[in-house]
Ligand binder design. Structure first.
Ligand code: TRP
Ligand code: SF4
Length: 339
């Protein structure tokens, strides 16, 4: 399906910071949904490299490699450049331009009260995030979104406040400025995508900062090796103790990746102590390996052809810029700078 300006489908936009190789949590929380959405909507998906700079400005050395890894993982996960537009934020300078225009009308207090502002400063204590750029993080995100005039923004719960801010900024922009046909910026809606509970190997939420991840690109032996010591029902101390799958993080992975039959087998085996945790984890590993097989097959194909990945991004950057410019042309006129 092609993605032309005559596309009548509703539009979707979402982005991800280039954090490096993606893990199962990134996959189930976002990418997996995006892959589904690309066939239903006119989709724009991008790598938010300027957002990475808001926290990593002191050492940007990892950013280029991370962009490449995330691009590979987008394609490996099944984003199809024929079906959606994949691009890199900083290659579409209209994002920075709209951010600047929005900054004129956005009260500081709106940004200061976004929960992630204080939370992240607390959590990333080793970084100085008392910067202009970091305060503006959610407003840059608003610009990312509004440039494409999307109907929906698929995000997880942690990003809802940012889309809410975007909606407020949209209303304020529309109060001050109008286009020939009325509002220039439509209020985007959150598309809350399902994100199943996905624990890491230590039982906490899977997250790069906890070092408990399974990467989309981990080879089978690494997946098995990482799952072997995974935290289980802490009450199941001996092999002969029955366990409770409902409090076991391994079972949370079964729920996401294993068939109904395997889940039932694991539940029965666990509660009757007829299987050990090692066996149970082996079954989960089988399911994860099977789910990742097509992803890794695609990744291998793209890895052998880095020129192709570059080409895909360049084509996406161009398509995104064309769409972004449609909005910017109207926005410039509206703020009196159209000449
Ligand atoms: N802030 C988002 C995150 O950390 C990434 C992001 C940047 C984004 N711009 C966006 C998501 C626009 C959706 C829409 O995950
Ligand atoms: Fe968890 Fe499986 Fe062990 Fe039960 S058998 S405690 S579900 S790992």
């Amino acid at each position: 399906m092609s993605n032309t300006s005559s596309d009548q489908r509703k539009r979707v936009l979402s982005g991800m910071r280039p954090t490096g190789k993606l893990h199962l949590g990134n996959y189930m929380g976002a990418l997996y949904n995006w892959v589904r959405l690309q066939h239903e909507y006119e989709c724009y998906f991008f790598i938010a490299d300027w957002h990475a700079l808001t926290t990593d400005y002191a050492d940007p050395s990892k950013i280029p490699g991370n962009i490449k890894d995330v691009a590979l993982d987008f394609l490996a996960a099944g984003l199809d450049p024929e079906a959606c537009t994949i691009f890199v934020q900083s290659k579409v300078p209209q994002h920075a331009e709209l951010h600047l225009l929005l900054s004129m009308i956005t009260p500081l207090s709106w940004l200061e009260r976004v929960p992630t502002y204080k939370d992240q400063q607390e959590q990333l204590k080793e970084k100085d995030l008392a910067t202009y750029g970091f305060l503006g993080y959610p407003l840059l995100q608003s610009a990312d979104i509004l440039l494409y005039q999307p109907d929906f923004v698929p995000v997880g719960q942690d990003q809802v406040a940012h889309v809410e801010l975007t909606r407020e900024v949209t209303r304020r922009f529309n109060q001050f400025y109008q286009g020939k046909a009325g509002d220039i910026l439509p209020e985007p809606k959150v598309l809350l995508t399902p994100s199943p509970k996905l624990p890491g190997t230590d039982g906490r939420k899977m997250s790069k900062s906890y070092g408990n991840t399974i990467l989309l690109s981990d080879p089978e032996p690494v997946i098995r090796q990482k799952l072997k010591p995974m935290v289980t029902d802490p009450a199941r101390v001996r092999r002969t103790d029955p366990g409770n799958p409902d409090v076991c993080p391994v079972f949370d992975l079964h729920k996401v990746f294993s068939s109904a039959e395997v889940q039932l087998q694991a539940r029965e085996g666990c509660t009757t102590a007829s299987i050990g945790c090692i066996q149970c984890k082996g079954w989960v590993a089988d399911a994860v390996v099977a789910a990742l097989a097509p992803v890794q097959e695609r990744r291998a194909k793209y890895e052998t052809d880095p020129g192709l990945v570059t080409e895909i991004l360049e084509a996406g950057n161009l398509k995104a810029a064309v769409r972004a410019e449609v909005t910017m042309r109207e926005a410039r006129v509206a703020v009196g700078l159209g000449g």
